[in-house]
Design a protein around this ligand. Structure first.
Ligand SMILES: NC(=O)c1ccc[n+]([C@@H]2O[C@H](COP(=O)([O-])OP(=O)(O)OC[C@H]3O[C@@H](n4cnc5c(N)ncnc54)[C@H](O)[C@@H]3O)[C@@H](O)[C@H]2O)c1
Ligand SMILES: O=C(O)[C@H](O)COP(=O)(O)O
Length: 595
């Protein structure tokens, strides 16, 4: 049995194709999108996460009863509140999903302690600043949130704080209860005609703006990412940061806590504000430099502040909380009966869906793939993974699998084919057979980058009908040796190509040889001198070994020259059977591949 042979057919893109290419240097975050969607969407079942018989869900903070009941229909539910970080780390290796609110830090240690079992973190609310998203992604753990159910509650609390602060409600209440009657001390300020700057014009910010307009305020907003037409529709002018803070009588904060918004109100920005400005914060404590706010009170810049959120919660020995011009609430923005019920249902549905293998509409660290795109790509997703598995099993040595080129043959325009899912599944197929990594849509790009695997994607634009999203997928691995030399293209890469036929993935090219074998079970690839009786010889050896053949096809260079036989088998042939195939005189090389 010889080790190699040269390929006689040159695989090239057909003359009718034009070639269009783009390259994706994979990074851990570039392909990930924060969900722009709100509300519930049903995605088709699409198993990406390993699912046990009955998963265990740890609910680490109080969750509305309806949500807990929904979880119980599907999973074993462990409601354990007030866990220390150590207790959480100890428990987590027994859990498939974790549900938290803002009071639990889901740190890198939590993911590391999970031993790979934790597949979903559900944040029963909006802010995900308490979840280490990078660590979640690296560990292939999906993070979902419940972004819509508490919007109105937070906006109402913002308005409650705004009006209570302006009329000293909390301070006056405390003094009356202390037996005092200080009518002159607690003279307030009016809201009507005053300028309110809404910082962060998202879901909560725009609801606050709407309500403040109803109170007769002049509302402006700052949000670098908000669409101007949404602001216009509510009658709000979008302005620069400096204009917003310098012209406002009241400032209400509604942006997420990010590196860009961390301590965005600080000594410098307080110094630009009008004297006597009043500040409301129902977003995140970290957007205000709390020491600078105390200094701004002392300097007479800020007259009052109403704060629902703090850098550290609960705040410890805080000069700020004790300040007489501060109205404080213990992170109550989302705490209405209605919001908590809604959030509990929203997160329970998202977590159950994710454990069932659905792609969550509220995924925070995975690409959002619309339902219709998913359903048409589904057979190609299976093909992509199988081609990755086949290609990597053909590698015999060389400099390691470092550079992989994927070509998608499609009649669709470049903007019409979302390849993130396909790329993730090819990556899964390439990496899982040669490592202990568990690769899914969440961590595929990250895992590839970690392993130094560069995947470039290229489109071969075909002339045919754009009805089907794809005609073929081709996977090429460069700078490696192959254990089946016929799998090498003329330019020396391992090359496999497949198509979907009647919904079933097929291998249609190996190196330069055209074959046609369905990618089910396993495959024997065998190169031989093309001569009569070869199919019979191999077939009878397999049948003597009780190996069922599901599919067989032969691709050849020319009659009586070299041919590659692809044989689909349902059962694993014994070593003895494989040896006997190799001993057939006309067989030049062969390989058995598990798909
Ligand atoms: N206190 C509570 O209980 C409570 C309840 C709900 C939400 N929240 C918090 O309120 C905030 C807003 O929630 P949401 O549901 O409206 O989120 P959202 O994502 O709908 O809106 C946030 C907005 O902030 C904008 N933004 C981002 N960076 C900005 C920047 N540098 N400057 C100005 N704007 C910026 C975004 O473009 C977006 O429009 C979050 O921090 C959330 O955690 C708190
Ligand atoms: O981001 C949020 O949704 C709010 O801050 C609510 O947080 P909570 O769920 O801890 O009340």
């Amino acid at each position: 049995m010889a080790a190699s042979a040269s390929s006689a057919i040159n695989l090239s893109i057909k003359p009718s194709h034009t070639s269009l290419s783009w390259q994706t240097h994979l990074s851990s975050t570039s392909a990930l999108a924060v969900s722009p969607l709100s509300g519930h969407r049903q995605y088709p079942r699409f198993v990406i996460y390993a699912v046990g018989d009955k998963p265990t869900v740890l609910v680490a903070e109080k969750l509305g009863e309806a949500g807990v009941n929904l979880l119980k229909e599907f999973a074993d539910v462990d409601c354990s509140y007030n866990l220390t970080p150590e207790e959480l780390c100890n428990k987590i290796s027994l859990c498939d999903a974790l549900i938290v609110r803002s009071g639990t830090k889901v740190s890198r240690e939590v993911f590391e302690s999970s031993g790979g079992r934790l597949k979903v973190v559900g944040r029963a609310g909006v802010g995900i600043d308490n979840v280490d998203l990078a660590a979640a992604t690296e560990h292939g753990c999906l993070v979902v949130n419940a972004p819509t159910a508490n919007t109105v509650a937070a906006a109402e609390h913002g308005i409650a704080l705004l009006t209570a602060m302006a009329r000293n409600v909390a301070q006056a209440d405390a003094s009356v209860k202390a037996g005092k009657w200080l009518r002159n001390k607690y003279v307030g300020v009016s809201l009507v005609g005053k300028t309110l700057a809404v910082m962060g014009f998202g879901k909560v910010g725009s609801e606050v703006a709407r309500r403040a307009k109803g109170l007769g305020m002049h509302v402006i907003a700052h949000d670098p990412y908000a669409p101007a037409d949404r602001a216009r529709a509510i009658g709000v002018e979008l302005v620069s940061f400096d204009k917003a803070i310098s012209s406002a009588d009241f400032i209400s904060l509604h942006m997420p806590l990010t590196p860009a918004t961390n301590k965005v109100l600080n000594d410098e920005t307080f110094s630009k504000m009008k004297k006597g400005v009043r500040i409301v914060n129902v977003a995140r404590g970290g957007v205000i430099d709390e020491d600078a706010l105390v200094r701004a009170f002392d300097a007479g810049i800020v007259a009052q502040a109403a704060l629902d959120v703090f850098t550290v919660e609960p705040p410890k020995d805080s000069k700020l909380v004790q300040h007489e011009n501060v109205t404080a609430t213990p992170h109550l923005g989302a705490s209405t009966m209605e919001a908590q019920e809604g959030v509990a249902i929203e997160i329970a549905e998202a977590v159950v869906g994710a454990l069932n293998g659905e792609l969550a509409a509220t995924a925070v660290n995975a690409p959002m793939v619309p339902a219709e795109v998913l359903s048409e790509l589904k057979p190609f997703v299976a093909l992509a993974e199988k081609l990755g598995r086949l290609a990597v099993q053909l590698v015999a040595g060389g400099s390691g699998v470092k550079s992989v080129k994927v070509t998608y043959g499609s009649a669709r325009g470049p903007d019409d084919l979302d390849t993130r899912l396909l790329r993730a599944m090819i990556t899964k197929g390439l990496i899982e057979p040669i490592s202990s990594s568990f690769v899914n849509l969440v961590n595929a790009d990250f895992t590839a980058k970690q392993r130094g695997l560069r995947i470039t994607e290229q489109r071969s634009l075909l002339n045919g009908s754009p009805e089907s999203p794809l005609e073929f997928i081709q996977v090429q691995i460069s700078s490696v040796e192959s254990k089946f030399a016929s799998a090498l293209s003329n330019s020396g890469e391992i090359r496999v190509e497949g198509r979907v036929k009647d919904g079933i993935p097929h291998l249609t090219k190996v190196g330069s040889f055209e074959v046609d074998v369905s990618l089910e079970g396993s495959i024997i690839l065998c190169r031989q001198v093309d001569q009569p009786g070869m199919i019979g010889k191999v077939g009878s050896i397999l049948s003597e070994g009780n190996v069922n053949v599901s599919f067989m096809s032969v691709g050849r260079v020319a009659p009586r020259k070299h041919a590659v036989m692809a044989i689909g088998v349902d059962d694993q042939p014994s070593k003895e059977i494989l040896k006997r195939i190799g001993e057939i005189p006309a067989v030049e090389e062969f390989v058995y591949l598990k798909i």
